[in-house]
Design a protein around this ligand. Structure first.
Ligand SMILES: Cc1cc2nc3c(=O)[nH]c(=O)nc-3n(C[C@H](O)[C@H](O)[C@H](O)COP(=O)(O)O)c2cc1C
Length: 192
């Protein structure tokens, strides 16, 4: 099982990254995990040039190349992200926008992609009613474009981090149990 894992926070020791680490550590040790941190990737924004409408690639030659490979070939994609101005941070959005290559290929031109499982971890400073809605919409749209299916329990939303001093044992327990469930389903799907 290949897991492609995308860290969306610039803070390695922030809430979403810490929970993401625990999630990955709790998966079946036999899974192969490839980690990418969007803030360490020199990735330019999509320019909307239209090249990928007719070609299975992007003319911008940068570190998106290995990301495309990881997203096409994986069995599962895990994304963690902070909420910035009610959505995902700019650098994560850059990476997602550059995945228009995959949207064009899979959705518009119908090239089949391996079905993937998805998991999302989001952290926000506040906890107003719709705080996660835009991020969930963006990430859900992204997942659809790579044939990644998000199950009912495959999202961990952590509001109110401004009032927390760190990731406590309750959150760690919760993320471990979600990871165990996710891991079990993935391993079972491998046998089918
Ligand atoms: C630029 C910026 C914008 C933010 N915008 C929001 C926001 O719109 N809503 C919110 O609840 N928290 C907002 N926050 C707070 C972060 O979501 C919060 O600190 C979160 O824990 C960051 O995730 P991380 O700990 O994984 O880095 C913002 C923080 C920054 C730095």
């Amino acid at each position: 099982m290949k897991i492609f894992s995308i860290y969306g926070s610039p803070r390695d020791d922030g809430f979403s990254s810490a929970l993401h680490d625990v999630f990955l550590d709790s998966l079946d040790p036999g899974f192969f995990i490839e980690k990418t941190s969007v803030y360490s990737l020199a990735v330019s924004p999509c320019t909307g040039c239209g090249f990928c409408r007719d070609n299975p690639s992007c003319p911008i030659d940068d570190l998106m190349r290995p990301v495309y490979g990881g997203l096409r070939d994986s069995d599962a994609v895990v994304i963690s992200s902070p909420v910035y101005f009610s959505s995902v941070p700019g650098q994560l959005k850059n990476v997602i926008d550059r995945c228009q290559v995959l949207w064009e290929e899979h959705i518009r031109r119908g090239v089949p992609y391996r079905k993937k499982a998805g998991f999302i971890i989001l952290a926000s400073g506040s906890d107003y009613g719709s705080v996660f809605k835009p991020s969930v919409t963006v990430l859900g749209h992204f997942f659809k474009s790579i044939n990644c299916v998000l199950g009912q329990y495959d999202m961990m939303l952590v509001p109110g981090t401004d009032g927390m001093t760190g990731v406590g044992p309750e959150l760690i327990g919760e993320v471990r149990s979600r990871a165990a469930d996710f891991s079990g389903r993935l391993a079972a799907s491998d046998k089918n």
